[in-house]
Ligand binder design. Structure first.
Ligand code: TXA
Ligand code: MG
Length: 330
């Protein structure tokens, strides 16, 4: 693992050489950090799966440097997709298209479709444009763990792996891109993310397909995605806290003291954008060795709140198997 300054042109030059020779480069995006490889080199892409310990049936998102690159990789661009590209690219929206054969099957886990996005982070754009080609990149975390929003998260997670990390500061959104496909001119949301439903509905009719797998649900969106190591429970009120040896992720600053070992609030005033930016980094912070459980306060499901709650609900699926030491109960 090596960590280099993403804003230094020499670092970017070095990262491009690594990508060209089939290596892995982790880079910042406006959503979360990505673990990138040359999307047209199946051997390089295989390294992503190995490094992340990611199942091969989970397709990767491909990152582009210009809107015009899309037509080289997709069969056709639906009119609504063109409108979405005009409005949201560069930015945190991934659009699923029918792919062309030039994209190796390993990238899309054998699917005939491909998820494309053009990130807006200057370091990501500079890297992709200097590389002159598409970069396949899932979030730069071991499979199933939470997405990194800071370079040091990536460094910590891939300490012993052959990965070069471009440090570009904190990811501003802090939550992954929204994933959509277009079906009969309708915008189908596969994963809630940094662009909320309200924004999408200004472009066209929007439906949610998040839970329905098989029809147009995202394959690979497994129930344990985004989970911390410790069990997580969503609570509506601090009265539900039973275990003192715990962490508490509050949405707003609680009005009363709370008897948990660690606590962080996502936003003092309850600002949803500020909360999203802190979301993964605070969860990573609260996922401590010495606690038994993480409590997470329910977040209002409007705008980006929906994306955060989707991730909390997935993380909380582990809770059922929790075995709490009763002596530590309050
Ligand atoms: O914000 C983001 O999207 C970040 C940054 C790095 O761009 N990337 C990211 O990638 O979150 P990842 O691999 O952690 O999540 C990508 C998800 C996959 O789990 C899969 O469900 C969905 O995108 N996906 C990718 N290609 C797809 C396809 N062809 N059809 C359906 N879902 C797809
Ligand atoms: Mg991910």
């Amino acid at each position: 693992m090596e960590l280099i300054d993403g804003f230094n042109p020499l670092s970017v030059e070095r990262a491009v050489t690594i990508l060209k020779t089939g290596g892995l480069v982790a880079f910042p995006t406006e959503t979360v950090y990505g673990l990138g490889a040359d999307a047209l080199n199946p051997y390089a892409v295989a390294k992503i799966f190995e490094t992340k310990k990611r199942p091969r049936f989970d397709p990767l998102i491909v990152h582009l440097g210009e809107k015009e690159w899309v037509e080289q990789y997709v069969e056709y661009i639906p009119a609504v997709a063109e409108d979405l590209i005009d409005k949201f690219w560069p930015g945190p929206l991934t659009i699923i298209f029918q792919k062309q054969r030039v994209i190796p099957d390993i990238v899309t886990a054998g699917l005939k479709t491909i998820g494309l996005r053009m990130p807006s982070h200057p370091v990501a754009l500079n890297l992709i444009r200097s590389f002159h080609g598409p970069i396949a990149a899932p979030s730069a975390n071991p499979f199933g763990y939470m997405s990194p929003t800071k370079a040091f998260h990536v460094a910590r997670m891939f300490k012993n792996r052959e990965v070069t990390i471009l440090d570009g500061g904190d990811s501003t959104y802090g939550i992954e891109s929204t994933i959509v496909s277009i079906q009969n001119s309708i915008i189908c949301v596969h994963r809630h993310g940094a662009i909320c439903m309200e924004e999408l509905s200004r472009i066209g009719h929007v439906i949610e397909q998040v839970e329905k797998k098989g029809i147009c649900g995202a394959p690979g969106e497994l129930p344990y995605h985004y989970a911390p190591h410790k069990p997580l429970k969503i609570i509506d009120s601090t009265h539900e806290i039973e275990v003192a040896n715990s962490s508490f992720l509050a949405f707003k600053k609680p009005p009363h003291p709370v008897s948990t070992k660690y606590m962080l609030w996502l936003s003092k005033s309850g600002d949803i954008g500020e909360a999203a930016a802190n979301f993964f980094s605070y969860l990573i912070e609260l996922d401590r060795e010495d606690i038994d459980i993480i409590y997470a306060e329910r977040i209002p499901e409007a705008g980006l709140g929906k994306a955060m709650m989707e991730r909390l609900k997935k993380a909380s699926k582990k809770y059922r198997s929790i075995n709490i030491d009763k002596s530590k109960i309050l």
